[in-house]
Design a protein. Structure first.
Length: 294
């Protein structure tokens, strides 16, 4: 009981120690990690912190530039831009996080099996992944979204499929090097089953590249989601997303008001930059070949 209690008590300390170590090794990545965390908190608490409803129109304040009551201005039908940016973060991040976790996990498990078993299964798997990777990410996601129809689930699946080849190929390369190590050979000699070999002895060693993949691909997924919304094949209105907001700005006139473009575009840029730099920092800290460069 005492050992269990000690382990339970020390867990928060270990997490805090790991975060402090990361902050010392990669201070710039830690700073952008705080920005990414703030954006996630904003997305989670959007209904509580948004000053107005994101879909309610105020026809007395249509196409107003930023002023005291609407600090980010309003769109062509009087909706508050600040509230729509805040709620747009919830929709965009929900899609991006779900798609990256789904696609990277499926790809990682596929790469684990492909690298471990090898042979014909590995050859066929790599040809399928190469076929998926031969298409530009946006074109493939747009084709899948158009084929399945508009909706949040459709966008998640479309973006997730574009992430599968990356997870599959990276994890396969890691597995190919791990399965030849002595401790894996020893477990095989002791009669461990294939499932136990993969899940107990190989998969835990793939968590670092998996975490790096998931973090760095969040930025790509956000851009794809925004692009799909801008092209009209993403999450349908009236749900606010950053891509939908940019598409709505084009409907405001030949030359859209600057605030309709600036604020959602800035939200996309900052969010993508934060997750990309956070992923780079995690890679530099976890990859032994790059630790000396941090």
């Amino acid at each position: 009981m005492s050992a269990t209690t000690a382990t339970t008590v020390s867990l928060p300390g270990r997490i805090l120690g790991g975060l402090l170590y990361f902050a010392r090794r990669a201070p710039m990545a830690a700073f952008w990690g705080c920005i990414a965390l703030a954006i996630l908190v904003m997305a989670i608490t959007a209904p509580a912190i948004a000053p107005y409803s994101p879909v309610k129109s105020d026809f007395r304040a249509m196409s107003k530039p930023p002023y005291e009551q609407h600090v980010f201005g309003t769109d062509q039908i009087g909706r508050d831009i600040l509230s729509r940016v805040i709620h747009g973060s919830r929709a965009s991040l929900t899609v991006a996080v779900s798609a990256v976790l789904l696609g990277t996990t499926v790809g990682a498990l596929w790469g684990l099996a492909s690298g471990y078993f090898g042979g014909r299964f590995d050859i066929i798997s790599q040809r399928i992944l190469e076929f998926l990777q031969s298409f530009p990410d946006l074109i493939l996601a747009m084709a899948i979204a158009m084929a399945l129809g508009a909706g949040t689930g459709t966008v998640i699946i479309a973006i997730a499929i574009t992430r599968i080849p990356f997870g599959g190929r990276v994890i396969r390369a890691v597995v190919l090097s791990l399965k030849e190590l002595q401790y894996v050979e020893a477990a095989r000699g002791l009669g461990a089953s294939h499932m136990r070999m993969m899940l107990r002895h190989i998969l835990p060693q793939c968590m670092a590249p998996y975490l790096i993949l998931a973090t760095t691909h969040l930025g790509v997924a956000i851009i794809i989601e925004a692009s799909l919304g801008f092209l009209g094949v993403g999450i349908p209105p009236p749900t606010p997303t950053w891509g939908n907001m940019l598409a709505d700005a084009l409907n405001a006139g030949l030359i859209p008001p600057w605030w309709l473009v600036l604020f959602p575009g800035l939200a996309i840029s900052i969010t993508v930059l934060a997750f990309n730099l956070l992923g780079d920092g995690i890679r530099d800290v976890l990859d032994p070949r790059l630790r000396g460069a941090v």
